[in-house]
Design a binder for this molecule. Structure first.
Ligand code: NZQ
Ligand code: ZN
Length: 393
């Protein structure tokens, strides 16, 4: 490891098929008035809402409900949530859902009492709340594995008017104080969301792995996580009610993006930048935007990081490389990735997400160029990758 870093993570995790029995205790440390934030209603159909309401009653909380947080939560919805939180002067926010709901809760946490343009300050200018700023603590009950939002400071908000989807990674104060993680809660996920979450997890790991050339513990951790995701995904897509596979996927997703495996490393994140550009224009499902461009993206940058791509083939996909050149090894690894994307049912192109050739310039404009991993992309590179991500026929 060559890089210097600080690591801390304040989120307390309650994990397992009885995790929700800890919710009342976890809530006890916080104030009386709880803003219960959730999405489009899946929690009412699968029973999670009832579990949560019981815990809130056991903890003698007063509950204000805020429903209807959409996938890819919008700035307009954030403003609505801040109004509700302010009017009711809530003490705590309990987010029950996937990444969209938890990200949104963090947004309400920082924006409710911010006296200014929260979008501009936090998401555009990337400031953190002042040390003495009033923020509302957040807790999470996770219902979908993928984003890692349950144990990180990320909050991704879409400004539909500006056609911008931006991430702010907040510091420790804004991260969930606790997360309840019951893998059984993910059993009711539609197969499309299961595949999207699996690929999102994998992409998070790859985007920290494909950079650097030193001998780094972080990369060995990344390889182990990728192997676990591949093995568990193969079981879960065939039998979505396999508890062990779902628990591995849930825990891997958390560790894929709670900052640990990026420590000491420069990181890539260009697939996420392009994926957010796609969602900003199409509202497509996050994980699918990443799988839809993955093969084109990695073929594009492969020549700039050949040894790492060859290592990916050997150590992640167990490809026997005797007699193969480094380039052939690297290509075999990307072929294995492409086959696995098909196998788990994730998007293999971006046309299926609503991207048409005429949208590509606007997506490229909405894509932030961050310097990347092995290759620093410019706008032309992004356009080429998007074009190569359209089906060939
Ligand atoms: O709206 P509800 O009813 O909750 O339904 C959701 C939604 O329709 C459904 N769902 C979730 N759990 C379910 C369920 N349906 C049945 N049973 C369950 N147990 O699944 C759909 C998708 O949910 P969503 O929360 O949007 O998915 P995900 O967890 O993938 O979150 C995506 C958002 O997170 C952001 C993405 O950009 C996107 O906005 N990300 C957040 C990150 C972070 N905080 O660090 C990093 C990621 O890279 C990502 O950018
Ligand atoms: Zn992601």
């Amino acid at each position: 490891m060559k890089g210097n870093f600080i690591y801390s993570n304040p989120t307390k995790i309650y994990f397992g098929d009885d995790a929700q029995t800890n919710l009342a205790t976890a809530l006890a440390a916080f104030g009386k008035k709880v803003l219960l934030v959730y999405g489009g209603g899946s929690i009412k159909r699968n029973g999670i809402y009832d579990d949560v309401m019981k815990a809130l009653a056991d903890a003698r909380k007063e509950v204000v409900e805020l429903a209807g947080v959409m996938p890819n939560p919008t700035l307009d919805k954030l403003h609505e949530g801040c109004d509700v939180a302010r009017r009711n002067d809530v003490d705590f926010i309990l987010a029950v859902g996937g990444g969209s709901v938890i990200d949104y809760a963090k947004g309400v946490s920082v924006a409710t009492w911010y006296d200014g343009d929260a979008w501009d300050n936090f998401w555009v200018q990337q400031h953190d709340p002042a040390a003495d700023a009033r923020i509302i603590p957040v807790g999470a009950v996770l219902t979908m594995a993928g984003t890692g939002s349950e144990m990180n400071g990320g909050s991704v908000i879409t400004n539909t008017a500006a056609k911008m989807k931006l991430t702010k990674a907040f510091s420790d104060r804004v991260m969930p104080r606790f997360a309840i993680m019951n893998p059984r809660y993910t059993f009711s996920l539609p197969t499309y969301q299961l595949a999207a979450g699996i690929y999102d997890t994998f992409s998070h790991i790859m985007e920290q792995y494909f950079s650097g050339d030193d001998d780094s513990t972080s990369d060995y951790l990344a390889e182990g996580l990728m192997r676990s995701v591949i093995a568990s995904s193969r079981v879960a897509v065939k039998d979505p009610k396999d508890y062990e596979a779902r628990s591995n996927l849930m825990w891997s997703a958390t560790w894929a993006l709670n900052t640990l495996i990026g420590k000491g490393k420069r990181q890539d994140w260009m697939p996420h930048m392009i994926g957010k550009g796609i969602s900003a224009l199409t509202d497509a499902t996050h994980g699918m935007t990443l799988s839809g461009i993955a093969v084109a993206y990695y073929r594009h940058i492969m020549p700039y990081g050949l040894p790492r791509f060859a290592r990916f083939a050997r150590n992640v996909w167990d490809i026997h490389c005797d007699g193969l050149s480094e380039t052939q090894q690297a290509e075999a690894g990307i072929d294995a990735l492409a086959a696995w994307i098909r196998e788990i049912g994730a998007a293999t192109d971006i046309a299926s997400l609503g991207v048409t050739p005429d949208l590509i310039p606007a997506i490229a404009d909405a894509t932030i160029l961050n310097g990347g991993g092995y290759k620093s992309l410019d706008r032309d590179d992004v356009v080429s990758i998007l074009l190569a991500s359209l089906p060939t026929n």
